[in-house]
Ligand binder design. Structure first.
Ligand code: PMP
Length: 417
């Protein structure tokens, strides 16, 4: 097991970054969101379910680039497909046949999809889907779950900078798993109810992740159809990790539009929205483009990725490995006097220490795991990939056993001090 950790290069690169980049590293990968000084800031290379930081430390990777790596880093079949396309070119005046082939494969896989479009990021797609819903219904009000994340655009960003009250003027929030709260939001929207946007399960920041309560989705599904509104599924985080037909299948409901991104291209930049035939005309009227959106390399990679996800039945593997990991972590914690909860789907697990509000224990645990060559995020859900097998999970659990033991020692020492 590698012994860690020096973060000299990470720190020195960050100092250089801070001089020429606002915040040094922006967004969710900022060191401020991790454990500053005690976890890596910059990556160097990856292979399968491992990566190396700029100081040469290696990690079993349980974040997978925050989700896009679903098969493993630098997957040979994906890279071969991408390289073949790269030799012919990527960015043209027109789309290539890859776009049509990908849309055909995509609509064949996602069970409710009659059409698909492609972009680069998740936020491109959620914002566009909201516009399509408004175009289709000619109404304004958008219902969303309080604390849900749908991207970085003004209507949904969790950030504060540069926003106007008007950006959120037509948004009404409701509580996850609370049908009464949803109904009262519907009442407020009245005749102007355009759409509701939901993630397949609830993964707010800093709290246990929550699956839909029995019949929650079905109750609100009936309600929005009755009122002629559009149901948008934001499947950007979970898509293709839970069910290849779309995560709604895992929870027994059917959306009108659904947005995908992370696991679509195994790290190649591509996102997608799928829709029902009834929304196709409205979709055609909402302008959609970007400088790189026809990029053929990412489309070739996504084609191959979807093929492998199906061939190897990756969601079933992720669930199995996720359960092994979660059960093993709970047992290891118990052996050393800690009580933890693993929430969310096993393929996208989230760890909380019972009774801990401020995540100090998560931070201490993540630091101890990083020292032992395992990268666990202290505050965000994790992601499994197809390259995590029983051996890697076993290696992780040995590290976790030591980490929980050493955390106990730290706590006892600080209690004694
Ligand atoms: N929705 C969800 C549920 C997400 O997890 C994310 C990305 N974390 C987004 C939207 C936004 O995607 P992107 O960062 O690619 O714009």
């Amino acid at each position: 097991m590698p012994s860690h950790n020096q973060y000299k290069q990470s720190r020195s690169l960050f100092e250089r970054a801070a001089a020429v980049i606002p915040g040094g590293i922006y967004g969710h990968t900022t060191p401020a969101n991790m454990v500053p000084g005690e976890m890596p800031y910059f990556a160097e290379r990856g292979s399968g379910c491992r990566y190396w930081d700029v100081d040469g430390n290696s990690y079993l990777d349980y974040m997978c680039g925050y989700g896009p790596i679903v098969l493993g880093h630098v997957h040979p079949e994906i890279e071969e497909a991408a390289e073949r396309q790269r030799r012919d070119g990527d960015c043209f005046n027109h789309p290539t046949a890859r776009m049509v082939e990908l849309a055909e494969r995509f609509t064949g896989l996602v069970d409710f999809a009659d059409w698909a479009v492609f972009g680069k990021n998740g936020s491109d797609m959620t914002s566009w889907a909201v516009q399509v819903a408004r175009e289709h219904t000619r109404r304004k009000k958008l219902l969303m779950v309080r604390g849900a994340y749908h991207g970085t655009h003004a209507w949904c960003t969790p950030g504060k900078g540069g926003l106007l009250p008007e950006d959120r003027a037509h948004i009404i929030t409701f509580e996850w798993n609370d049908a009464a709260s949803f109904e009262s939001a519907v009442k407020i929207a009245g005749d102007d109810f355009a759409a509701v946007i939901v993630t397949p399960y609830h993964h707010p920041l800093y709290t246990e992740n929550l699956l839909p309560a029995p019949s929650f989705m079905q109750t609100i599904e009936a309600s929005w159809h009755k009122r002629g509104a559009v149901l948008i599924l934001d499947d950007i985080r979970a898509g293709f990790r839970l069910d290849l037909a779309g995560s709604h299948r895992a929870f027994g409901f059917t959306p009108d539009l659904a947005c995908y991104c992370k696991a679509l291209g195994n790290g190649h930049p591509i996102s997608a929205t799928a829709g029902r035939a009834s929304l196709k005309a409205a979709a055609g009227r909402v302008f959609l483009t970007g400088s790189y959106w026809n990029g053929a390399v990412a489309m070739a990679a996504a084609m191959k990725n979807l093929e492998i996800l199906e061939r190897d039945q990756v969601p079933a593997h992720l669930e199995k490995m996720g359960r092994l990991l979660a059960d093993g972590l709970v047992s290891a914690a118990e052996r050393h006097g800690w009580k933890i909860t693993m929430s969310g789907p096993p393929a996208i697990p989230f760890l909380t220490f019972n009774g801990e509000r401020y995540f100090y224990q998560n931070q201490a645990f993540s630091v101890e795991m990083a020292k032992r060559g395992v990268f666990f995020h202290p505050h965000h859900n994790w992601f499994l990939c197809a390259a995590h097998g029983p051996e890697e999970i076993a290696e992780t659990l040995v590290a976790a056993d030591e980490a929980f033991a050493s955390m106990k020692a730290v706590t006892q020492e600080s209690a004694a001090a």
